[in-house]
Design a protein around this ligand. Structure first.
Ligand SMILES: [Zn+2]
Length: 155
């Protein structure tokens, strides 16, 4: 875990109660049914917990022009931002795999954009079973690229 992940993050993680984690996973599991998976049949549901405490969901949306396919995680992030959120606290991702899958690289970068400034984003991963893997965005995307890097490079 990076040095910048400090006491605030640990305090936040302690607040992500089992009940709240279960709610996020349940909402991600429920929204999977709406996935538009004309190409792959691989349904994914995601739920993000905004800084306001509200939960926003998204599912994957495929396209005949494959490169335009949108992952569930990014769909959930867009729903959260459209609802006025600017900071995300946690994300749950559910697939139809037996063992939990992890977010792709693009989604990790998009989630990082809205991670708490002095903390981290809790990541909950579930498949068809009852097992829920718990990790953090800092573990999935260490040394992330941010607007701080962009601003340093201006001029
Ligand atoms: Zn993705």
């Amino acid at each position: 875990m990076p040095a910048w992940v400090g006491a605030r993050y640990r305090a936040w993680m302690a607040k992500l109660s089992p009940a709240l984690a279960a709610e996020l996973v349940a909402k991600a599991r429920a929204v999977r049914q709406h996935a538009y998976v004309a190409a792959s049949g691989f349904r994914v549901g995601a739920a993000v917990l905004g800084g306001s405490g509200a939960v926003h969901v998204g599912c994957n949306v495929e396209n005949a022009s494959y490169g335009l396919t949108l992952c569930a995680e990014r769909a959930a992030v867009c729903a959260a931002i459209a609802a006025g959120e600017r900071e995300l606290r946690a994300v749950a991702v559910v697939t139809g795999l037996r063992h939990p899958a992890r977010p792709c690289g693009a989604c990790r970068q998009v989630l990082a954009e809205f991670a708490p400034a002095h903390g981290d984003l809790a990541v909950l991963l579930a498949g068809t079973g009852k097992q829920v893997a718990r990790t953090t965005l800092a573990r999935l995307l260490p040394d992330r690229f941010t607007f701080a890097d962009v601003h340093k490079g201006r001029g």
